[in-house]
Design a protein around this ligand. Structure first.
Ligand SMILES: O=C(O)CCC(=O)CC(=O)O
Length: 264
């Protein structure tokens, strides 16, 4: 675990694996921190130099005052990779992390060799929806809407109080800072990457849980159709966060795709 001040914000991050191995970078979703990737990364093994980080306002990263712009998150990730001396990487992004990845691939195509977009889209939700969420989180706190969020994140089979992992991920969500959550809602609200994503030319895999209540399969499929040659895969028995609910299947899809893309 390490901290670095980049792009004017302190980011918590971790680098695992051999410095000479191909870099594989993970960007997480709204209301989560980088621990959501732990099982996927363990399953992928030692093939890659893994970079995990908490975006601003999440996990142990600094929570600058809301609102944020998508470009803040994109520039943070770019600055972190620069700080780590990484000149080429494959990137995996979940939901808002996928928007960050699409934004980085558009801004610095030279830096990104391949991308995996998990449960994300070129545009997520409507301004009305995000404004209502920002109002609720700032006036009543995240816990006031956590049940609804968790219904979109996880399948009914996973959402059991006796499932210790579910209780843990609920704590991860509710402990997210209000600035981080509301600030990132504003960034998602204002991001429409349709045209820049349509122009991307790189190997791409789009993955979605069959029961994703936040970015449903049809939405993720429509994003994959924007990107020439992109593959689209559905993971059965998962909601919005397959890397937590179905880590082995998620890791298999990512590993096979990166092999085929020659990133090994
Ligand atoms: O998960 C994200 O990064 C944004 C999509 C979302 O709204 C998730 C949720 O339903 O809470």
């Amino acid at each position: 675990m390490a901290f670095a001040r980049v792009n004017g914000v302190v980011l918590h991050h971790e680098v695992r694996g051999d410095a000479g191995a191909p870099a594989l970078v993970f960007s997480n979703s709204l209301g989560t921190d980088f621990r959501i990737w732990n099982e996927v990364v363990d399953t992928l093994g030692k093939r890659y130099r893994i970079v995990l980080y908490d975006k601003r306002g999440h996990g142990l990263s600094e929570a600058t005052p809301a609102p944020y712009r998508m470009m803040d998150h994109v520039a943070d990730l770019f600055a972190l990779l620069d700080h780590l001396g990484i000149e080429k990487a494959a990137v995996v992004g979940l939901s808002v992390g996928g928007l960050i990845v699409q934004g980085l691939a558009a801004m610095r195509p030279d830096l990104i060799s391949a991308m995996v977009l998990c449960d994300t889209a070129h545009k997520i939700g409507t301004a009305e929806m995000w404004n209502a969420r920002i109002d609720t989180v700032t006036s009543k706190g995240i816990a006031s809407m956590s049940d609804a969020i968790l219904e979109r994140w996880f399948t009914p089979a996973y959402r059991k109080p006796e499932n210790a992992d579910f209780v843990g991920y609920t704590a991860m969500l509710t402990r997210t800072t209000v600035d981080g959550y509301a600030g990132t809602c504003a960034a998602i609200r204002d991001a429409d990457l349709t045209e820049s994503t349509r122009a991307l030319k790189l190997p791409a895999l789009c993955i979605v849980g069959d029961q994703d209540g936040s970015t449903p399969p049809d939405l993720v499929r429509s994003t994959s159709q924007l990107i020439e040659g992109a593959r689209f895969e559905i993971i059965e028995g998962a909601g919005h966060i397959p890397c937590v609910e179905k880590p082995a299947e998620t890791a298999r899809l990512i590993g096979d795709f990166l092999n085929e893309a020659g990133w090994r």
